[in-house]
Design a protein around this ligand. Sequence first.
Ligand SMILES: NC(=O)c1ccc[n+]([C@@H]2O[C@H](COP(=O)([O-])OP(=O)(O)OC[C@H]3O[C@@H](n4cnc5c(N)ncnc54)[C@H](OP(=O)(O)O)[C@@H]3O)[C@@H](O)[C@H]2O)c1
Length: 275
Amino acid sequence: MDNNSMQNRICLVTGASAGIGKATALGLAQQGATVVMVARSVERGQATLNEIQQATRNPNLHLLIADLASQAAIRRLAEDFQARFSALHVLINNAGVISATRQVTVDGYELQFAVNHLAYFLLTHLLLDTLKASTPARIINVSSQVHSWATLNFEDLQSEQHYEPRKVYGMTKLANVYFTMALAQRLAGTGVTVNCLHPGVIQTQLMRDYGTAMSGDTPEAGARTSIYLATSPAVEGVTGGYFVNQRQAEAAEKSQNSAIAERLWTISAQMTGLA
Ligand SMILES: NC(=O)c1ccc[n+]([C@@H]2O[C@H](COP(=O)([O-])OP(=O)(O)OC[C@H]3O[C@@H](n4cnc5c(N)ncnc54)[C@H](OP(=O)(O)O)[C@@H]3O)[C@@H](O)[C@H]2O)c1
């Protein structure tokens, strides 16, 4: 799509206060989209919004506040969005966390599983009718290449028996791929597509718990595939894909296992009160 074609397109980006999400919001704002930035901190969110507004002069930037570790907050976020906007053309589930120690959310779930997977699942479902009424519409789930060495342990999805932060993180990123595949099947023919991606290895604050910055490419480079999936006519109608470097790639073979994807779907629906 050229610059004009993103005008009047409403895009929601979670984790827009930092890293890849911030660069994604900036890129979409540069293309003239209406960008709804979701952040958990008013201060960080507003500072980022101001920065992007100054850089792009885009008058259509908005901030919504939600701690995505709380399902009540996700429900309020969806209500706030629907009260203020009548359409949603692009939903980018991007917010993510790696927690060095096992933490439990207000809903009683392990934090990484809650923020990296259940929040994608719940927010998408709450906004699905709006997306379906706004077709063509696109859902983009930011996963990671680390999904390929992860496994889902259904006996210990909450990592109560064993918590190894990076393994748990990998499991949540594999869950992103399963969610994308299972959702794509359900959305076939609706005009709403869903794809997931690996953004690259990107310099962000993702490893903040370890007191180290991630080394790698710039956040701008990390946002390219998300922006491509949100805007490019080349992926109009493409769904259920896994993308790396703005190209469709093979997700790990295990992520094509629809029995596992469906089992995860059922459990996720129960855990988010949707079933
Ligand atoms: N960096 C990489 O190399 C890499 C590689 C593969 C995949 N990814 C994926 O890329 C996505 C973005 O990560 P990043 O690297 O840009 O990390 P980041 O710089 O740490 O940014 C993460 C974003 O998520 C937000 N967030 C975290 N927990 C939240 C919560 N409970 N409620 C609301 N927002 C929350 C953060 O908000 P605050 O500003 O308030 O903390 C921040 O805006 C993640 O899904 C990650 O898994 C990253």
